[in-house]
Design a binder for this molecule. Structure first.
Ligand SMILES: Nc1ncnc2c1ncn2[C@@H]1O[C@H](COP(=O)(O)OP(=O)(O)OP(=O)(O)O)[C@@H](O)[C@H]1O
Ligand SMILES: [Mg+2]
Length: 506
């Protein structure tokens, strides 16, 4: 019996107010794909950050291939052949792919200058070996998220890692990209790499992993052979109760038109129309889903409605008022709520406290500001306590927790809580359940349906067709910046919507 690639024994990590890892054991065999599953805040990222040397544990030992090691930083981890692709990517956006991959390990020529040609050749060779096609000269800011992830993978392969840690690699990918990534995992495994995969998608665990270790509230809830279990059992092991995968909802009773988009054109980052003559209506009391393959104008559509991108032509009407040229603040005050696709860029201020983040859109009003314009901190903290309870936001230090120190899924819950709490006439939710565990998804879906039933108009943008089919009343399929067709969800079938997403009219 060869020794396992990794043994983490009795690992404990304490943050202020929370035991993130509480005597966790994890054993990963050489050459296996090992999934790590657990609720938002269960301690998965923390455990992997300890293995990668980003955090020092408060107790426990780590053995790599049978030998006890101390990992004091990412450099130690790299020397041991451990590489990590983080939950939130860490690339330099105005650097090229090659520059990002070689960062810190740049090949030099005889004069000691950077030898970019040799570097590019190495990148191409590496990408061919593992079937990770990239354009070495492209800048990060111009490539898709799926491509950025390939760069992250190449970056650790360039450092000769043979233990690869992936922290929620599929959360930001489209379904097609997910399939590609799972295929890449199998190739890496065939090359003898050991993989640890954190994911909330039980289907991916079934599809790719050999074994799965479940964490619950910082403790190990067990390790199972994936082929001997199913999605239901995994979900139950993880949240400690049965999870309802179906969304219960009554038929909608749509009212007046709340959002009206007329012949909208928006210029994207490439300088060409990303939204190209798009029209759509969302009524009070209905959920309209925008279904499409990533990059067909969905992000730009949401950005234009919410005021993050200018409208080139056409109009956006909110309750009959033309808001096309209004400031973001005016739009918010006029009754718009937004759960943005990128929680770090547009959802939260990571350096602020949780309670401050929860009043980002309402702090100037009563009861959070006094008549004289002073913030009323106790009211702000009380408000946070209410939302923390309601949305089960797990934050070690309660309202005072810094948003940056929260787990990814709990950051997401915070953004959703803030927006739903404002009870806007129009609620725009873009990839709302990205990074959420199955229990949290169940809750958030229920809350979105509740908002609909209260008479709110909901616009949902999601790359997950399953989510759109389950949650929406009407589905608008988009392709190349236009609506190809709108169908009632009740009678829609996946094949028909897939065809419309490919541009075929219904
Ligand atoms: N840098 C930090 N400072 C303070 N607390 C932290 C820090 N990092 C993590 N925590 C806390 O440790 C706990 C575990 O967080 P962790 O990020 O490991 O969860 P996770 O299982 O990865 O969750 P998710 O699925 O949401 O990503 C959480 O309660 C979190 O708030
Ligand atoms: Mg995490």
């Amino acid at each position: 019996m060869p020794s396992p690639a990794i043994e983490m024994i009795g690992i404990t990590k304490i943050f202020p107010g929370v035991v993130a890892n509480d005597g966790v054991n994890l054993e990963v065999a050489e050459g296996e794909i090992h999934a790590l599953l657990g609720e938002n805040g269960a301690g998965k990222s923390t455990l992997m950050s300890i293995l990668f040397g980003l955090y020092e544990s408060d107790g426990g030992i780590i053995k790599i291939r049978g030998r006890e090691v101390r990992i004091r930083g990412p450099n130690d981890a790299t020397v041991l052949g451990i590489g990590m692709v983080h939950q939130h990517f860490k690339l330099v956006h105005n650097f090229t792919i090659t520059e990002n991959i070689i960062l810190g390990l740049e090949p030099k020529n005889r004069l000691g200058n950077l030898d970019i040609k040799t570097a590019e050749e190495k990148v191409v060779r590496l990408s061919e070996t593992y079937g990770l096609a990239v354009d070495p000269k492209a800048k990060i800011e111009n490539i898709t998220v799926g491509m950025q992830q390939r760069v992250e993978i190449l970056k650790i392969l360039y450092r000769s890692a043979d233990i690869l840690i992936f922290d929620e690699p599929t959360a930001v990918l489209t379904p097609q990209e997910v399939d590609e990534l799972l295929a890449i995992f199998n190739r890496l495994k065939a090359e003898g790499k050991t993989i640890i995969l954190i994911t909330h998608k039980l289907r991916e665990i079934k599809a790719a992993a050999d074994r799965c270790t479940v964490l619950r509230r910082g403790k190990c809830a067990g390790t199972v052979m994936v082929k001997d279990t199913d999605e239901r059992k995994l979900a139950e092991m993880m949240v400690g109760r049965a999870v309802n995968f179906r969304i219960e909802k009554k038929p909608p009773s749509p009212g007046e038109v709340i959002l009206k988009i007329e012949d909208l054109t928006v210029i994207g980052s490439k300088g060409t129309p990303a939204v190209n003559g798009l029209s759509l209506e969302v009524r009070a009391g209905e959920i309209v889903g925008v279904a499409g393959v990533d990059g067909n104008g969905q992000s730009e559509l949401v950005a234009a409605i919410s005021g993050l991108l200018p409208v080139k032509s056409g109009r956006v009407l909110l309750k009959d008022r033309d808001i096309s040229r209004e400031s973001i603040r005016r739009r918010n005050e006029g009754g718009m709520g937004l759960v943005p696709e990128d929680r770090h860029k547009h959802g939260l201020i990571l350096a602020f406290r949780l309670d401050e983040n929860l009043v980002l859109k309402s702090y100037r009003k009563s009861p959070y500001s006094s008549r004289f314009g002073f913030l009323r901190f106790s009211r702000i903290a009380d408000h946070a306590k209410t939302l923390i309870g309601e949305f089960d936001i797990r934050a070690g230090n309660g309202p005072a927790t810094s948003a940056g120190g929260m787990s990814g899924g709990n950051q997401q819950k915070a953004v959703i809580a803030r927006e739903i709490d404002l009870s806007p006439d129009l609620l725009i939710v873009s990839q709302p359940t990205r990074g959420l565990d199955v229990g949290a998804i169940e809750y958030i879906h229920r809350r979105i349906v509740e908002e609909r039933d209260k008479g709110r108009a909901v616009l949902l943008v999601s790359f997950e067709l399953d989510e759109i089919m389950a949650l929406c009343d009407r589905i608008a399929a988009v392709s190349k910046g236009r609506v190809v067709g709108v169908v009632p969800a009740e009678t829609a079938d996946e094949r028909q919507i897939g065809a419309m997403m490919a541009g075929v009219e219904a």
